[in-house]
Unconditional design. Structure first.
Length: 422
């Protein structure tokens, strides 16, 4: 997959780790919904000569000279992002999704202003207001939850009441562990009632939106969307902020990211984003996004037949959140460790109103974006889910677990990680 010749000669310890990780990825099933494989072209751009270049500022308005080719690359990334998500403005400089969210807050708010976001335990994200984050020392966060964790219905009536009482400046949609599609019209309606910006964090489903497999919040009047560029978008690790139509908002966001929050952008990463966005504009990417949803449904059906409780009753997207403690008597951490041993990587995850702690919660979170990239279809994804269930139900049967590990290796050999998607 990679040429590590120079690293091998210069730094054998790092080389050994790189080779080990390459082998782990090649021989294992990756089910963490926020991870994926990138193309060889994206990797080459990400490790390109542009890593040498400082490019503080924006195209045509840089602080250093020698920006002919950096401007070309960043303009390509911005233009392709705008085409993908049907908006007028894009800032592709955030180093990560957290930077994108924090930069947005500083662009649109004053210290002490209020943000209404999804509760972490009901599927939200750390940067949406969890008390452990420093951003909560600057802004006030209030939360909404699901009305029913078994259906996934958001309590929009309660959200409206909280919004009327707290007068947030941002009504924030988006999630990291919520398997259903949101009612975007309701979010916009509530935001407009209280004079707030409607913002969507699409980090997890950006690729599904770009591939037209899920709805685009901009079509419902959202003002801004933040995102990562990896996960389902299948690009380099990084962030981005998209503005539907307001030039004033876009200018505030640009100023907030640089010089407000970050220094020089990672131009090598921006080049990789441009390549990724180009891939996402291809017809094949739409097929990929649609197949993710079909594959997730195939996995959902296996868990339903095994009587393992799934939060929200299943999935509309790329991820499934399962209550393995309530269904099988094993914690999420135990399940994560066990499945890792047989070559299936996923993550432990808290469930709504979890009685267990976040480092050893009741649930697991998994999904098919990465194995869909490898070419797995519904039949193979269903088999992976069956192997997961078999492993968890036979956790003390070493012979059974060994056989599962061998089957996983065989599947991975049959579906190697591709180097090109176009």
């Amino acid at each position: 997959m990679n040429d590590h010749g120079f690293v091998k000669k210069q730094d054998p310890e790092v080389y050994a780790a790189l080779e080990g990780e390459e082998k782990r990825q090649a021989e294992g099933i990756e089910l963490i919904p926020s991870e994926n494989y990138v193309s060889r072209a994206v990797r080459e751009a990400n490790s390109s000569i542009l890593t040498n270049k400082y490019s503080e500022g924006y195209p045509g308005k840089r602080y250093y000279g020698g920006q002919t080719y950096t401007d070309i690359v960043e303009n390509l990334a911005r233009d392709r992002a705008k085409q993908l998500f049907n908006c007028k403005y894009a800032n592709v400089q955030p180093h990560a999704g957290a930077n994108a969210n924090i930069g947005l807050y500083f662009a649109l708010l004053e210290p002490g202003d209020t943000i209404l976001g999804m509760d972490l335990s009901h599927g939200g994200h750390l940067t949406h207001g969890h008390p452990v984050t420093y951003i909560t020392k600057i802004f006030k966060f209030v939360r909404y939850k699901m009305k029913n964790a078994d259906t996934g219905e958001i309590d929009y009536d309660e959200m409206r009441e909280v919004a009327k009482k707290e007068k947030p400046k941002i009504v924030l949609a988006g999630y990291s562990a919520y398997p259903r599609e949101l009612n975007y019209a309701k979010f916009v309606e509530i935001a407009r009632e209280v004079g707030a910006f409607a913002v969507m964090d699409i980090a997890h489903i950006a690729g599904l939106i770009a591939g037209r497999a899920m709805k685009n919040p901009f079509d419902f009047g959202f003002d801004v969307m933040t995102t990562t560029t990896h996960k389902t978008l299948r690009g380099p690790r990084g962030g981005m902020i998209l503005t539907r139509e307001s030039e004033e908002v876009a200018k505030k966001i640009d100023k907030s990211i640089f010089p407000g929050l970050q220094g020089g952008p990672l131009m090598n990463a921006i080049a990789a984003k441009a390549v990724c966005f180009g891939e996402a504009l291809s017809p094949k990417f739409k097929e990929y996004a649609a197949l993710i949803l079909k594959n997730a449904k195939a996995m959902e059906e296996v868990f339903r037949k095994a009587n393992i409780r799934m939060l929200t009753g299943g999935t509309d997207s790329h991820l499934i959140l399962a209550d393995v403690f309530g269904s099988l008597g094993m914690s999420g951490k135990e399940a994560e460790t066990l499945l890792d041993e047989v070559g299936i990587t996923l993550n432990k995850n808290s469930i709504a109103d979890d009685t267990r702690g976040p480092m050893d919660p009741s649930g697991i979170r998994f999904g098919p974006p990465a194995i869909t990239t490898r070419g797995f279809k519904e039949k193979e994804c269903a088999r992976v889910a069956e192997l997961m269930v078999e492993a968890m139900k036979n956790k003390d049967d070493k012979k059974k677990l060994s056989a599962i590990r061998e089957e996983i290796r065989a599947m991975c050999k049959k579906f190697p990680i591709p180097e090109s998607f176009v």
